[in-house]
Design a protein around this ligand. Structure first.
Ligand SMILES: Nc1nc2c(ncn2[C@@H]2O[C@H](COP(=O)(O)OP(=O)(O)O)[C@@H](O)[C@H]2O)c(=O)[nH]1
Ligand SMILES: [Mg+2]
Ligand SMILES: [Zn+2]
Length: 314
C-alpha cells in the first residue's frame, strides 16, 4: 500500500504522485465510488489518497494502482456538474490559496466575474489574490481602469499583482508566493494562466493560445483541473475551461458576509433581516451611496442576491 497526491483526473483514471515521487495511474475501488452519490467524482485533484498496486496488463509498465481511501479534506471547491444537474463536481481539494488571473482588456474581465470568484473563495475560507496580467498591452485607458481595480480591491484588503507573462514583468514576485503551497489558478480563457505557469518553469511547456481552448469549449468537452509542480516545489492547479466555481449551499443572507467591506456594517442596519437592497436605515446602502463601498462591489452584491439560481438557498 502507498500514499500519494492526486495530480490529474480524467474521470475514470487518476494520476497519483506517490510520496516517493513516482507517478502511478490509478483507478478507484468500486465501493469508494458509492460513498457520495451527489458528486459526480468521489476524488479530485489535490486529494491525498491510499492506493494498492496491482498487476495490470493493459499498461506498458504492467502496474497500476487501486485507490482504496481518501484522506479527510482540508477544503474542496465544487461546481454544478451541468446547468440542469443537481449533482456537483468536485473541482479540486486541499487548496492553500487561490489566484484569479484578470485582464482589464484582451479579454475584458468584468468586476462581476471577479467578485463572484472572491466571494466563493471567501465562503470556502481560501485566501484569494488578484493577478492582473498583460500589462504590456494596456493603453492609457486600460491603465486607468487598472488603477480603479487596484484601488477597489486593495482598499478591501485583497493582495494584487500586476504582471506580464509576455515581458516577464513581476512574475518573480508572484512566484515567490507559491513555494510549498497548493495554489489554485483560475480566470477566463485567454487571460494567460498557462503563459504565467510557463514563466515559473519553462520545463512545463504548457500549450498557450486562445484558439485551441475556444475550439475545446465549442466541442463541450469535459475539462478537468490539473496540478503542475514547478522545479522549486510550488504546486499549482490550473482549471482550464472552468470559468468559476460557486458555493452550492450558500444562503442569500450569507452573501453579504463574504464582502469584507460590508461585514463590519451588518449589525448597524435597522432591521436584523435587512437584505441591503431597499430597506430604510440600511448601513450598507448608506455606505455605498457615500462611496465607502465601491460602486462595482455593491452592484456585484445586488446581482448575486437577485440571482434566481438553484445554487442558492432562498
Ligand atoms: N501581450 C501579452 N500576451 C500574453 C500575455 N500572457 C499571455 N499572453 C497571450 O495570451 C494568449 C492566451 O494565453 P494563455 O496562457 O494560453 O491563456 P490561458 O487560457 O489563461 O491559459 C496567448 O496567445 C499568450 O501568448 C501577456 O502578459 N502579454
Ligand atoms: Mg491555458
Ligand atoms: Zn442593510
Amino acid at each position: 500500500m502507498g500514499k500519494g497526491l492526486v495530480t490529474r483526473s480524467t474521470g475514470s483514471w487518476y494520476s497519483v504522485k506517490s510520496d516517493s515521487g513516482d507517478f502511478i495511474d490509478c483507478r478507484i475501488k468500486g465501493k469508494l465510488r458509492m460513498k457520495d452519490v451527489r458528486t459526480t467524482n468521489p476524488i479530485a485533484v489535490g486529494d491525498r489518497v491510499e492506493y494498492e498496486l496491482q498487476y495490470d496488463e493493459t499498461t506498458k509498465e504492467g502496474v497500476t494502482g487501486i485507490i482504496s481511501a481518501v484522506e479527510p479534506r482540508k477544503n474542496y471547491i465544487i461546481r454544478k456538474a451541468s446547468n440542469l444537474s443537481r449533482e456537483s463536481q468536485i473541482i479540486a481539494a486541499n487548496i492553500d490559496q487561490a489566484f484569479i488571473i484578470v485582464t482589464v482588456n484582451y479579454p475584458v474581465t468584468l468586476p462581476g466575474f471577479i467578485d463572484r470568484y472572491l466571494i466563493s473563495a471567501m465562503a470556502y475560507r481560501i485566501p484569494a489574490t488578484l493577478v492582473f496580467n498583460k500589462i504590456d498591452l494596456y493603453t492609457e485607458k486600460d491603465c486607468e481602469k487598472l488603477e480603479e481595480y487596484l484601488e477597489t480591491y486593495q482598499s478591501i484588503g485583497y493582495k494584487c499583482f500586476t504582471v506580464s507573462a509576455e515581458k516577464n514583468i513581476n512574475i518573480d514576485l508572484l512566484h515567490a508566493e507559491l513555494h510549498g503551497k497548493i495554489s489554485l489558478f483560475s480566470g477566463l480563457s485567454g487571460v494567460g494562466k498557462s503563459s504565467i505557469l510557463n514563466r515559473f518553469d519553462p520545463d512545463l511547456k504548457l500549450k498557450t493560445g486562445i484558439i485551441s481552448e475556444h475550439h475545446q469549449q465549442g466541442k463541450h468537452t469535459t475539462t478537468f483541473a490539473e496540478m503542475f509542480e514547478t522545479s522549486d516545489g510550488a504546486m499549482i492547479i490550473d482549471t482550464p475551461g472552468i470559468r468559476g466555481f460557486g458555493v452550492i449551499d450558500m444562503g442569500k443572507a450569507e452573501i453579504a458576509h463574504y464582502f469584507p467591506e460590508m461585514f463590519g456594517l451588518l449589525d448597524q442596519c435597522r432591521f436584523f433581516n435587512c437584505t441591503h437592497t431597499h430597506e430604510p436605515g440600511c448601513a450598507v446602502k448608506l455606505a455605498a451611496e457615500k462611496g465607502d463601498i465601491p460602486a462595482t462591489r455593491y452592484e456585484s452584491y445586488l446581482s448575486l442576491i437577485s440571482e434566481d439560481d438553484s445554487r442558492y438557498r432562498s
